[in-house]
Design a protein around this ligand. Structure first.
Ligand code: C2O
Ligand code: CU
Length: 596
């Protein structure tokens, strides 16, 4: 069974286990002291036991995929449940019926539900202690009460109310601590200020101005269009972009997705700059030292503003482009993916379609009518085999450069059900959409890139969906290691290090992960060695484990987040920090900085 289906099964079982033990507890409580349990009640205990065993089996199977799928189940939840469960089985069928072991098992089952819904993995020692203590206290209190030894009357009520008051105060305080920050400095200490990590002019300077505005229909634009103008330069140039904000009601920044800009040019409000407010300007300047297909977008409330149009292409050429060479955006406006209506292309011309997925989710790309290659992934060239009819999934934020020589007949690019015909003459009959196999991008290309022999640091990011305090209320959130933005601890790195990140998806959602300012070398996916391949946006599907390597060569404070920007806004945003770098900026409403 796949890890994803085991995770789904476990989600069902955890509820079943809690429900069955709860019901069994009710029945045994009613039958306590009688010679024996009724048939129905005994069946409930047996069913609860069976569900518990099933959950244990699923946990062991999950652990064989990755420890990170099952750690808390095998170390905490199941041991807590198995002991009272076995006692329950032994004691409740004995005469007279004893109820406390079944109640204890029910408490453990509920603890398991709480862990599954709200804690995830890794659980902090503090949370583990609270859970074990609550279960033990519940079991003890039950035992005393059922044995008729409990404190009576006033003392009992006072103690009970005191416990309740402490629990309520603690819950209230924890929630209060998670209210949206007004003014939160993410990295207050360090000798290097991000505002000094700026680019300088070297080589020919290419100047652009991008003005954020809004159309009458509410689309957000740069220089009046969405996508905004394509910024195209040659390697070795210095790029200088003046951002102006003419939006009535929101701040704007420019983030250079995938580009290794100096940190102060990264456009993350509250981390690398303050969002540009109405009438304001910010000048970005950086060397165009990488070639390839990149894109820019605002990073102030990106889930709203990027989706409404604040993005464009950024292309760096090695040499003047040949033939047809242009960006193709995959962006959903008004419920439909916008692809150009069609284009005529002279047979024999070289074609490079720079497909950029600016959407929140993946697109399935196909090309029919000609063999083609994926010549670059996320801006970096790959040397892959020729594809005929095969399709490839492009992650949100990711780019594939598709190259081919225009044949005598028409060619059809498809993204899910949208299509873009390229025809030698208008009116030519189009080929059917590509319907071939789905290629695995981590296996595409030659094994040329090399990871290091050893890593200086190792981090694990466990992605999950949990009910967790966010913005002052318990909400369903997309979590990393059980936490949400801005409380996910930063991964610390040092310049020159090789850092390995293991990204584990325990949730039922796809997460296109994107670290800023760096590409990562994909080492393996689900334990299968990758080509390897450099990427800056990679789809971690439910039940998947990706190992990626990051070479720390660009000092600063860098955001990393899910590029399904709804998920990013619902918690799945964090940052990684080079030692010794501080930020003078703050996230929150006071400064209007909302990078998530
Ligand atoms: Cu396109 Cu923070 O990302
Ligand atoms: Cu996500």
């Amino acid at each position: 069974m796949t890890a994803a289906s085991l995770l789904g099964l476990d989600r069902l079982l955890v509820m079943l286990v809690a429900g069955l033990w709860g019901a069994a507890a009710g029945y045994t409580l009613a039958a306590r002291g009688t010679p024996r349990l009724s048939r129905g009640a005994a069946a409930l205990v047996i069913a609860a036991l069976a569900a518990t065993v099933a959950r244990a089996v699923v946990a062991v199977l999950l652990a064989r995929h990755s420890w990170w799928f099952a750690g808390e189940k095998l170390l905490l939840v199941l041991p807590l449940l198995l002991v009272p469960a076995m006692l329950a089985a032994a004691r409740s069928i004995r005469s007279p019926v004893q109820a406390w072991p079944v109640l204890s098992a029910a408490y453990a089952a509920v603890a398991g539900l709480v862990v599954a819904l709200g804690v995830g993995f890794p659980a902090s020692p503090y949370v583990v202690a609270v859970i074990v203590a609550a279960w033990a206290a519940g079991t003890l209190a039950t035992w005393f009460m059922l044995a008729g030894k409990g404190p009576r009357g006033r003392a009992w009520r006072v103690a009970g109310s005191a416990v309740l008051a402490v629990a309520l105060a603690w819950t209230g305080l924890s929630l209060w601590n998670t209210r949206p920050p007004d003014d939160l400095v993410l990295a207050a200490r360090g000798n290097i200020d991000v505002s000094t990590l700026r680019g300088t002019a070297a080589g020919p300077v290419k100047r652009f101005t991008l003005t954020a505005g809004q159309t009458a229909e509410g689309r957000l634009t740069f220089n009046g269009t969405s996508p905004g103008p394509t910024l195209r330069v040659t390697r070795g140039d210095t790029v200088e972009v003046s951002l102006r904000n003419e939006l009535p009601d929101r701040g704007v920044t420019l983030h250079w997705h995938g580009y290794h800009v100096p940190n102060g040019e990264d456009g993350v409000p509250g981390l690398t700059q303050d969002a540009v407010t109405k009438g304001g300007t910010f000048v970005y300047r950086f060397p165009a030292s990488q070639t390839g297909t990149y894109w820019y977008h605002t990073h102030e409330t990106p889930n709203l503003a990027l989706q409404r149009g604040l993005f464009g292409a950024f292309i760096v050429d090695q040499a003047p482009p040949q033939g047809v060479d242009e960006p193709v955006f995959l962006h959903t406006f008004d419920g439909a993916v916008t692809l150009p209506a069609g284009r005529t292309v002279e047979p024999g011309s070289a074609v490079r379609l720079r497909v950029i997925n600016t959407d929140n989710g993946p697109h399935l790309l196909g090309l029919s009518g000609t063999p083609y290659r994926i010549a670059a992934v996320d801006g970096i060239g790959v040397n892959g085999r020729e594809l005929t009819g095969e399709r490839a999934q492009l992650a949100a934020g990711g780019r594939y450069d598709l190259t081919f020589t225009m044949p005598e007949g028409p060619v059809l690019l498809t993204a899910d059900s949208a299509s873009f015909p390229l025809t030698p003459r208008a009116g030519d009959r189009l080929p059917g959409p590509a319907a071939g196999e789905l290629i695995d991008i981590t296996q595409y290309g030659e094994r040329t890139a090399q990871g290091p022999a050893r890593f200086d640091r190792d981090y694990t990011w466990v992605l999950d969906k949990l009910i967790t305090p966010r913005g002052g209320l318990p909400r369903l959130s997309h979590t990393v290691n059980g936490q949400v933005w801005p409380r996910i601890p930063a991964a610390i790195v040092r310049e020159g290090e090789w850092v390995r990140f293991t990204v584990v998806n325990r949730s039922g959602d796809l997460h296109p992960m994107h670290p800023h300012g760096h590409h990562v070398l994909v080492l393996s996916r689900n334990g299968v060695r990758a080509a390897p391949i450099w990427m800056d946006s990679f789809d971690v599907a439910p039940g998947e484990v990706w190992e990626v390597a990051l070479q720390a060569g660009n000092p600063g404070l860098w955001l990393a987040h899910c590029h399904e920007l709804k998920h990013a806004a619902e918690g799945m945003t964090l940052h990684f920090a080079y030692e010794g770098v501080r930020s003078p900026y703050a996230v929150g409403d006071t400064h209007g900085n909302h990078p998530e």
